[in-house]
Design a binder for this molecule. Structure first.
Ligand code: FAD
Length: 315
């Protein structure tokens, strides 16, 4: 089995560690060995994979892979799967994982399950559980292909240390001449955590009435070590909120430990993006708001009074 791992600032990204830990569990169940696969130009930090269950650390390292390239990375991953004779390939359902895993699957003629929330080995093959119809139903997928590929939803699987040998091995990189490469990344928001990886999200909707009022959500998020998210109505309102923090069907799917929905009604398209949160707190002045049907804890009240009180308590 192989798990495609992403690094950032010399460390393996948390969703990749989660995929790796789940890979370890599956490999043990199937009696297979587990390789952590890294692609790039500078793979410092890859050795950490040994602490999370990798029997082998496989590096595809070349200057041509310094910048992310959909077809370049997909080819490198597909080549590695073939070189190692892997039958299962996992990646985290991050932006890059969602982009590259189905491309690698297509190159391998493999079946692909996106954004899975449960995995098992049944009769030597992967079985993948994933939410469908905006989270209203769950589908259990079995593969007929020899190679099986899946991306794991961040914050669903647990990253658990499990030291292994982690022997390092290098594989040749695909020849260059890729069709597309990322030339530049313009970071917005000073390196804030991507909401799809956040453990605590304080989200605001149209009930905030103005973009400037999101400052009170930021204060609560800071006090809880979390990040701010938003409904589509808030993002579309022209309040200067970036689409990158939109939660929902046409935004990001999040599954934090704690999701605090402030002034959000709970439309089905919003719920599709956050119903997997472990604890949901809803603050809304309308006791009939649909969000309360979903909430673990509901506070009927004016968010402009409740949120500062929560911040005070959290501090
Ligand atoms: P509203 O529905 O207007 O709710 C505002 C809430 O704030 C109300 O419940 C109100 O009682 C409460 N409120 C007001 N003032 C206060 C106060 N002072 N204190 C406490 N509570 C207060 N939506 C998304 O979020 N994400 C998506 O990805 C998304 N994708 C969509 C895709 C499609 C194809 C379509 C058709 C729609 C999509 N939507 C999406 C939009 C969705 O249908 C809703 O319109 C949207 O989620 C509503 O946002 P809201 O809850 O912030 O606003």
């Amino acid at each position: 089995m192989l798990v495609f791992c992403e690094t950032k600032d010399g460390k393996i990204r948390k969703p990749s560690l989660e995929a790796l830990s789940e890979g370890r569990r599956l490999a043990d169940a199937a009696g297979k060995s587990l390789g952590a696969l890294f692609v790039g130009a500078d793979l410092a930090g890859a050795e950490e994979a040994a602490q999370y269950g990798a029997d082998a650390i496989i590096k595809v390292e070349a200057p041509s892979l310094a910048a992310y390239s959909s077809d370049g990375y997909a080819q490198a991953i597909a080549d590695a799967v073939q070189a190692k004779g892997a039958t299962v390939l996992l990646a985290a359902a991050t932006s890059a994982g969602r982009d590259v895993a189905p491309r690698a699957a297509a190159r391998l003629g493999a079946g692909y399950a996106a954004d899975v929330t449960g995995l098992a080995m049944v009769d030597g093959r992967l079985e993948a559980t994933r939410p469908v119809y905006a989270g209203k139903a769950v589908s259990v997928n079995r593969f007929e292909s020899a190679v099986q590929v899946a991306t794991t939803r961040p914050n669903v699987f647990v990253a658990a240390p499990c030291p292994k040998a982690g022997a390092v091995e290098s594989l040749p990189a695909p020849a260059g001449g890729f069709l597309a490469v990322v030339k530049e990344i313009l970071a917005k928001g000073g390196g804030a955590v991507d909401i799809s990886e956040a453990d605590v999200i304080v989200a605001g909707g149209r009930g905030l009435k103005d973009g400037a009022n999101f400052a009170i959500l930021q204060e609560l998020a800071d006090a809880l070590g979390g990040v701010v998210g938003a409904s589509r109505a808030a993002v579309d309102a022209g309040w200067g909120l970036p689409h990158s923090i939109q939660v929902g069907q046409t935004g990001k799917v999040v599954s934090p430990t704690l999701y605090i929905a402030c002034g959000i009604s709970g439309a089905i398209q919003h719920v599709a993006g956050m119903s997997g949160s472990k604890v949901i707190v809803a603050i809304n002045k309308d006791p009939e708001a649909p969000i309360f049907k979903l909430a673990t804890y509901g506070i009927v009240g004016d968010l402009f009074e409740v949120v500062p009180e929560l911040t005070k308590a959290a501090k």
